[in-house]
Write a protein of this length. Structure first.
Length: 70
């Protein structure tokens, strides 16, 4: 997965002096991640993976269950 780009860049108020010469380091989360499948509006999504399954980057974890769905 490549870096996301957008027009204009980032211009923090304090500048970029602390990080301008440092490489971007990848973040690999360890342990358990929780993704809510229900939002404040619409039908909850239906999980397509089971608890404990190994999930890969980009893998589908849930499908919409209605016209308006999480």
């Amino acid at each position: 997965m490549g870096l996301f780009t957008f027009k204009g860049g980032i211009h923090p108020q304090d500048g970029k002096e602390l990080s301008k010469d440092k490489a971007i380091t990848p973040y690999l989360p360890k342990g358990e991640l929780v993704y809510p499948l229900s939002q404040h509006i619409g039908a909850p999504a239906v999980p397509v993976v089971k608890k404990g399954d190994r999930v890969l980057v980009g893998q589908l974890i849930a499908e919409a269950s209605g016209f308006i769905s999480a």
